[in-house]
Design a protein around this ligand. Structure first.
Ligand code: WT7
Length: 653
């Protein structure tokens, strides 16, 4: 591949933007990266420069080769290295930080639990021994269906210890979604819990897991059940079902020899929505993933061992995997894990946790920041948040207004706010400013990280001029990249890669622009994926749940401007689109896909706008939902419906 990157695109020298904001001098003094040469250094020495990410880890066998790209797009990072992820996240910290807290957990009812690195080591080993006792062997996939309780990271690390890839399914997803993911991953082991609190109520997670077990094609060899609720929910265990505590108890104090895995061996699979109705199983390899995650946690989020760090994302999604579990633990820092919602029992909750724990690095999503803004600055302003050194954001674009609010009211007006772009597939952050080096531009993500060849190209694959719209692509492999899809090599190649004259190019599925300084702005998905409250869904996944409702003919879902989802629905002639039907549409989506995807608005319409070839114009529906201007609609098959939909939407406001 030629050195297309040496033309200065990577040297970040910002001259042309009045809004560019430098990190404060006090931050720079101690930042992990301060030398601007890092961009050029990666360029000069690519791919070997990524060896410095691998150097952040302890290897059972040090890799000699950084990248094997002999069979693109099937890249292998650190292919001759061997390591164990749980050793890197736990054992290796015991000498220096045995008694330092690894996890501070806060439950929904004000409960607290803390784990030092020594505690975590003990618990992970007992869990690893317990899983082994059930028959889990190397390469067996273990499905974890747990809320934000310490047993989730513990079992993830226990799986990693014995070389059993985990398959975490977000606890809020439905029985159907769980069953699909168990089947697709060929998983015979499930770890779940009795239930968890949803606001005041005890929700029965086990019965949902039971429903899933009834729907799967195969059979579960064993199910482990964590007792989260104690007396609040009594459940009976059936055959092949084991109480977590009872399973671990006989193994307390045991040490399980960690399995040295090839760097290219599977660490976990994570299902995410793609361009079809069926979710894709994204596979992450042990060595490349962990290296990239550790490197970015250190150099982008600037996390250090002595920090108290809080990634507010749920561990059931990729952000929680990379930056709630593996990244912070690989660096030996102290992390907060919070089970509850940010406004329960009140709107002081988040700020109280930050103040009480002296959180220094906080990472959340624009959706959360928008809620904080809506609730009002008086809540954060009433707390001492001076411990904050850096703020991060991820999942969707952040408006300059939200960016400034976040910095002002949470970051004391001075903390760097680092917007980070990445995906389930990239495994780790790929586009972001380096907070000690690169000026921030509110509303723009930033330049690609050193060693990442992201660019914005047009339909023909040529780089666009600054300010023009195109597709965000990545031209060379990177360590955290998915190693493949569970659905096979062909699907992986087809889904993500195109071959160009210069080599293979990864397609992110995002539309974007780039400015004169190489800063990327994300415009949103160009495929049939929508981001709902920072979670990703395929439109067909939601729409098929809606059309399953009696009386519904067609449906189209789009995102609105507050991260929610709007469903446009047509009904059969004799059906009255009343509030009962509306509720039925909403609850069908919540049941079939998950509560997070519940439509915020259902708009009944006589017809959906379509092209002459019959494709639903989602883009147009999205513009209407967001109250934005839209172009000429006369080329549609049914332009007359647009005005009608618009007035229905407006009328509801
Ligand atoms: C999609 C990936 C990995 C983070 C959690 C979501 C959107 C992500 C940003 C950002 C604008 C962003 C993109 C991307 N996205 N970060 N900083 N600015 N958009 O992971 O579920 O795999 O979704 O989230 O559209 O493709 P995911």
């Amino acid at each position: 591949m030629d050195e297309a990157g040496t033309d200065g695109r990577h040297a970040v020298a910002v001259s042309s933007d009045g809004n560019a904001t430098d990190p404060p001098e006090s931050f720079r003094e101690s930042a992990a990266v301060v030398d601007p040469d890092v961009y050029e250094a990666f360029e000069r020495d690519w791919p070997d420069a990524w060896g410095r990410a691998a150097d952040l880890l302890d290897w059972a066998r040090e890799p000699d080769t950084v990248l094997d790209d002999s069979n693109p797009p099937f890249y292998e990072w650190f292919p001759d290295g061997r390591l164990n992820a749980s050793v890197n996240c736990v054992d290796r910290h015991l000498d220096e930080r045995r008694n330092q807290l690894a996890i501070r957990w806060f439950g929904k009812r004000g409960e607290r639990r803390s784990y030092t690195y020594a505690d975590l080591h003990r618990e992970v080993n007992a869990a690893a021994a317990g899983l082994r006792e059930l028959g889990v062997e190397e390469d067996d996939v273990v499905t974890l269906y747990l809320p934000m309780i310490p047993e989730l990271p513990v079992t993830m690390l226990a799986c990693a210890r014995i070389g059993a890839p985990h398959n975490v399914v977000f606890a809020g997803l439905s029985a159907e979604a769980l069953a699909t993911r168990i089947d697709a991953a060929d998983s015979e082991y499930l770890v779940t819990c009795d239930g968890y609190y949803r606001r005041e109520d005890a929700f029965n997670q086990k019965s949902r897991a039971d429903n899933a077990a009834l729907r799967i094609d195969g059979e579960l060899a064993a199910t482990v059940v964590v007792d989260r609720l104690g007396d609040a929910l009594e459940i009976a265990l059936g055959e092949d079902e084991h109480d977590y505590e009872a399973l671990l108890a006989p193994h307390d104090g045991e040490t399980v020899e960690p399995v040295a895995r090839d760097a290219t061996d599977l660490l976990f699979v994570m299902y995410t929505s793609g361009t079809t109705g069926r979710p894709k199983g994204v596979e992450h390899a042990t060595g490349g993933y962990l290296s990239h995650v550790a490197w970015t946690t250190k150099n982008v989020l600037d996390v250090r061992p002595d920090d108290t760090y809080w990634c507010a994302a749920d561990i059931g999604w990729i952000t929680g995997h990379s930056y709630g579990v593996y990244g912070p633990l690989a660096l030996g820092t102290t992390s907060l894990i919070y089970e509850g919602s940010p406004d329960y029992p009140d709107r002081e909750r988040v700020w109280d946790l930050i103040e009480r724990n002296a959180v220094s690095v906080f990472y959340t999503s624009p959706t959360a920041i928008r809620s904080f803004m809506k609730w009002g600055a008086e809540y954060p302003d009433a707390h001492d948040l001076s411990s904050i050194r850096l703020l991060g954001t991820v999942g969707e674009s952040i408006t300059p207004k939200a960016w400034h609010w976040y910095r002002e009211h949470v970051g004391g007006g001075t903390a760097p706010v680092v917007d980070t772009w990445w995906q389930t597939e990239t495994g780790a952050i790929a586009v972001a400013t380096l907070p000690g080096v690169t000026p921030m531009k509110p509303g723009k993500v930033g330049p690609p990280l050193p060693g990442i060849e992201a660019q914005v190209v047009d339909r023909d694959g040529d780089p666009v001029d600054p300010g023009e719209t195109g597709y965000l692509t990545i031209d060379r492999p990177w360590p955290g990249m998915l190693r493949g899809l569970r659905e096979g090599a062909e699907r992986y190649r087809r889904e993500y890669w195109v071959e160009t004259d210069e080599g293979w190019r990864y397609r992110t599925g995002d539309g974007a622009t780039v400015d004169e300084d190489g800063y990327v702005t994300i415009l949103g998905r160009v495929d049939d994926v929508i981001n709902v409250r920072a979670h990703r869904f395929n439109t067909a996944e939601l729409e098929s749940a809606i059309v399953a409702v009696d009386g519904v003919t067609e449906a189209a879902v789009v995102g609105d401007d507050s991260g929610g989802v709007v469903a446009y629905v047509t009904t059969q002639g004799n059906v009255n689109p009343d509030s009962t039907l509306r509720e039925s549409v909403e609850s069908h989506v919540a049941d079939a896909v998950g509560e997070v995807a519940r439509p915020d608005r259902v708009v009944f319409t006589p017809d959906l706008p379509k092209t002459r070839s019959g494709k639903i114009m989602r883009r147009l529906l999205e513009d209407i939902a967001r109250g934005e201007e839209f172009g000429d609609v006369s080329a549609l098959r049914n332009p007359e419906v647009v005005g009608e939909i618009e007035s229905t939407v407006r009328g509801e406001e």
